[in-house]
Design a protein around this ligand. Structure first.
Ligand code: TRP
Length: 406
């Protein structure tokens, strides 16, 4: 068994006082949230350090995206390999995905897609987006038809991020796996490489787990094999880069273990931190708890109310005390959200200083957050409204993209 798989097993056997992270649960005991450095150690990935960011800028000639600059994407596997490819003009592609478990996506769901859009623009590469409606009907109390419908609703939110239709293929597993023999064949090749014992260790399955769940990890691994998309890659093998939240890493540790055995390069990864719930960083935003979550479809009024009522404050109880002692940005959710959404580094730094010193009050900080997010959400909703069934079809039809692979 490879070291990556052994690391996964270690992940399950945690002490009670440690953070718990797997594809379905994120729980931290600390009010500053998950200890991400520990996670890097436990998962055996690499930290995104200044050297990597400098190299990124040198090779692409672009200032790196603020989600990278600020360490929201904090961990990677083999990113240097991808930069080497780009430097020598060799092709690769991007792969990401979304498990449709609610009709509307929330702010946290947009993060990997926002970075993907930037990466697609900077590198000029194809992007494949997997909607795992199969996964969600297997794991949640959701009928297959409902999961399938949610996949299409979510696709509209994803398209609203601004992906180029000539470079982007979005697919529902429930549709595409039956349409594309090459995808199904790769899935079976992957299933042939992984035992029940291994997925038990990685995902915590047991004897009463339904067999659909046991087989599913192969479906999430398959898009990392370029030959699963013959209409895009013409049957050729190309490496891929997968931006995702760190809780998806177990799937890709498995994928990386299998790839060399099937004659493919291991996929590279960029891992993001979680987008914290309004109530605090102990857990991530969850679409099933509307009070913890800002949805992409919330009205400006709902957004304002949620932030004012529920956003956990790192400020002091009274104004006098706050002026004297100052606020704690590390636990303050409004400040933490600004790190995701306020692009201007200088402004952000000024806010941090002012809140820490007590010059800026919690109500004022919340107002800055509301004023920052409102236009982002409103514009998102406008772009989403333009996604007609025709437009959906355009992105989701298996077709050749703008790239030639002879
Ligand atoms: N399992 C993911 C979820 O529940 C969806 C997903 C499929 C994904 N393929 C992916 C996420 C690749 C990131 C990268 O949301």
């Amino acid at each position: 068994m490879s070291s990556e798989i052994v690391n996964s097993i270690n992940n399950i056997a945690l002490n009670n006082d440690e953070d718990f992270v797997d594809p379905w649960n994120v729980v931290s005991k600390s009010d500053t949230g998950v200890d991400y450095d520990k996670l890097i150690q436990r998962f055996g990935s690499s930290k995104i350090d200044q050297e990597l960011l400098d190299r990124f800028e040198k090779i692409t000639g672009k200032k790196v995206h603020h989600l990278l600059r600020r360490g929201v994407f904090f961990s990677h596997r083999d990113m240097h390999t991808i930069l080497n490819l780009y430097e020598s003009g060799k092709p690769f592609y991007l792969y990401t995905g979304r498990g449709p478990s609610s009709k509307s996506m929330h702010l946290g769901h947009l993060i990997p897609f926002t970075l993907c859009k930037w990466l697609q623009d900077v590198f000029n590469v194809p992007l494949v987006i997997q909607l795992t409606d199969d996964e969600k009907t297997l794991w949640k109390d959701i009928k297959l038809e409902e999961a399938h419908e949610m996949a299409y609703e979510n696709a509209k939110d994803i398209i609203a991020v601004g992906f180029d239709p000539k470079k982007t293929f979005i697919f529902s597993n429930l549709d595409y796996i039956g349409q594309c023999p090459d995808f199904y064949r790769n899935m079976i090749r992957i299933q042939k490489c992984v035992t029940f014992n291994q997925v038990k260790g990685i995902f915590g399955f047991d004897d009463s787990t339904v067999i659909g769940k046991i087989a599913f990890p192969a479906a999430q691994a398959t898009p990392a094999l370029s030959t699963s998309f013959p209409h895009i890659f013409n049957g050729k093998k190309f490496p891929c880069l997968i931006p995702c939240a760190i809780d998806q890493d177990p799937y890709f540790r498995m994928t990386r273990d299998v790839c060399p055995r099937l004659g493919f390069q291991k996929p590279a990864l960029l891992h993001s931190k979680f987008f914290p719930a309004l109530q605090g960083a102990q857990t991530k935003m969850s679409a099933s708890d509307p009070n913890s979550t800002i949805f992409c479809c919330d009205t400006p009024k709902q957004l304002k109310n949620k932030i004012n009522k529920h956003a956990f404050s790192g400020g002091q109880v009274t104004v006098e005390e706050h002026r004297k002692i100052g606020g704690n940005c590390d636990v303050d959710i409004s400040y933490q959200y600004l790190r995701f959404f306020l692009e201007d580094d200088d402004k952000l730094e000024q806010i941090r200083k002012d809140y820490t010193s007590g010059a800026l009050l919690t109500g004022e900080l919340k107002k800055i957050l509301i004023d920052t997010i409102t236009p982002i959400i409103v514009q998102h909703q406008e772009r989403r409204a333009e996604v007609t069934d025709e437009v959906l079809k355009e992105y989701m039809m298996p077709r050749k993209l703008e790239f030639d692979y002879k």
